[in-house]
Each structure stands twice: as C-alpha cells, then as structure tokens.
Design a protein around this ligand. Structure first.
Ligand code: ADP
Length: 262
C-alpha cells in the first residue's frame, strides 16, 4: 500500500509537471496570437517595415511550443504498454484500500464484481492508474460527499450496440465507475477526453487524466465512454476485450499486498 501511495504521489508530480507544460504552452499561444494581431494591424496600416519583428516573435514562440510538445510526447512514449492476462475483479480488490484513502470518508465506496468475470489482456499498472484517476475525478465531483460505485460485467456486443460504441463486435469486460456528483453538461462531456481540457481551477486540473485513460482503452483494443447527467452524476465506462487463453493470475507489483479474490 505504501508503494502504491508513493506511486500515486509520483503521478501527482507528473500531473503537476504536465500541468506546468500546459500553462507554458498556453502562454506561448497567447504570444503567437498577439503577434499575429499586431502584424495584421501593421499590414492594414501599410507599415510594412514594422512587420518583420512580429513574424520573428510568432516564429520563435511557435518553435518553443513545438519543443514543448516534443518533450511531452517523449514522456508519454516512455509509458509503454505491457499487456498481461488480467483478472479485473482481483485487480480492483487489490486497490480498494488505496481508493478508499483517496476519496476520503465522506464518500461511500461500493464494489460490485461480476461473478465469473472474463479475463482481459491489459497492462495492469495502467489499468490501476486509470481506475484511480476515475475515482479521483469522481471525488472531485462530490465535494459534499456521495456514493462511488465500481461495477464490472461481462458484455457481448454485436451489430448495432458494437457500432454505437465504435468497437468491433465481440465479448468485452466492462468497468463502470459511477458517482452521485455534479454530472457534466453535454458540452463538457463532449470535450472531456480532449487533452488539456479541464474545468478545474488553474493548478488543480491538468486536463490529461481522461485523455490518457481514453488512449489506454483504445490501445488495449477497447473503449472509454461517458454517461452523465447534470446535477445527478456520472458513469465512466471502460470496455476491455475479453482475453482467451490460459487462466493466469495477476502478479502484484513488488511491495504490494496480494490481491484478494473478489
Ligand atoms: P482534470 O481532472 O485534470 O480536469 P480530466 O481529463 O480527468 O482532467 O477531466 C476533464 C474534465 O472532465 C474535468 O475537468 C471535469 O470537468 C470533467 N469530469 C471528469 N470526470 C468527471 C466526473 N466524474 N464528474 C463530473 N465531471 C467530470
């Protein structure tokens, strides 16, 4: 558990780092927009001799912004996937204590693991990070307390239901994280997976959590979907393809307590 807490602190530091980058990036964009505006004005005034410096300013800022995104990309590439046959119920049981600590006493946690849940093939560490992120978002949406439910299910998608979810037909393991919080307005839900989209105050949200979760789900052959109603709450649902193959147990990471079967 201590190792997991340290890991989540590391994630927080990473979040602050990327949040800082987002902030710098925004400043550079503001600089570019401002320079282009002045350039436009000088052109309209016919003061062509003064246009050069605004072009140079915009170019410099654009180059620095490009360098920033390269740093971010290099960082995200380091987080390679290491997919392994994973028992999702066991994985969740193994992190329940960590989730409880993260959401605090004002939120009631309920975990409903489907019996005979199919195995999946995912990177267990990334799935843990994704679930912890979803729980922290849920906590943030329930400042006055509430209920957080994590529910797993076996789901066979075919035809229309698969198309609606932009997934190939087939069997999936689903993980639904439901809160009784603020919910999202449709225009927020529509952008929630965008990198750097956040409604949280500067310094508190990076806007990267859901975009990383979306990337993880898609890279795992699955999907991430939002179901939300303003004033009622939100369900974030992960779809992960069923894994066929020898049943294998999830090896807990070093220093972690073994997950109890759910
Ligand atoms: P961050 O949490 O840093 O803002 P995310 O990518 O995790 O970044 O989330 C983006 C936005 O989606 C949040 O700022 C919030 O507006 C909205 N959001 C995410 N999860 C929830 C939730 N469970 N309830 C309500 N809004 C949410």
């Amino acid at each position: 558990l201590e190792a997991q807490l340290r890991q989540s602190q590391k994630m927080e530091a990473v979040g602050q780092l990327t949040g800082g980058i987002a902030h710098d990036f925004n400043n550079l964009l503001t600089g570019i927009t401002g320079a282009l505006e002045l350039l436009n004005r000088r052109l309209q005034e016919g003061r062509f001799a003064e246009t050069g410096r605004y072009i140079t300013t915009a170019q410099g800022a654009a180059r620095r912004a490009a360098a920033l995104t390269h740093r971010l990309l290099a960082f995200s590439r380091r987080q390679t996937l290491d997919p392994r046959p994973t028992e999702v119920n066991r994985l969740i049981a193994g992190m329940e204590e960590l989730i409880r600590r993260s959401i605090g006493p004002a939120i009631t946690l309920t975990v409903v693991g489907a019996p005979r849940l199919w195995p999946t093939l995912v990177d267990p560490n990334q799935l843990e990070n994704a679930l912890l992120n979803l729980c922290i978002n849920a906590r943030d949406a329930m400042p006055g307390g509430g209920r957080l439910t994590i529910e797993t299910a076996n789901l066979r998608l075919d035809g229309r239901s698969a198309r609606e979810r932009d997934l190939p037909p087939g069997p999936y393991v689903t993980i639904a994280v439901t809160d009784t919080g603020t919910g999202m307005a449709p225009e927020v839900a529509a952008r929630a997976f965008d990198p750097f989209f956040t409604t949280k105050p500067l310094g508190q949200g990076t806007g990267l959590g859901l975009s990383m979760i979306y990337g993880f789900a898609r890279q795992s052959g699955g999907q991430a979907r939002i179901q939300s109603e303003l004033g009622r709450g939100t369900t974030m649902r992960l779809y992960l393809p069923r894994h066929y193959g020898e049943a294998e147990t999830v090896e807990p990471a070093p220093g972690r307590p073994a997950a109890a079967p759910a």
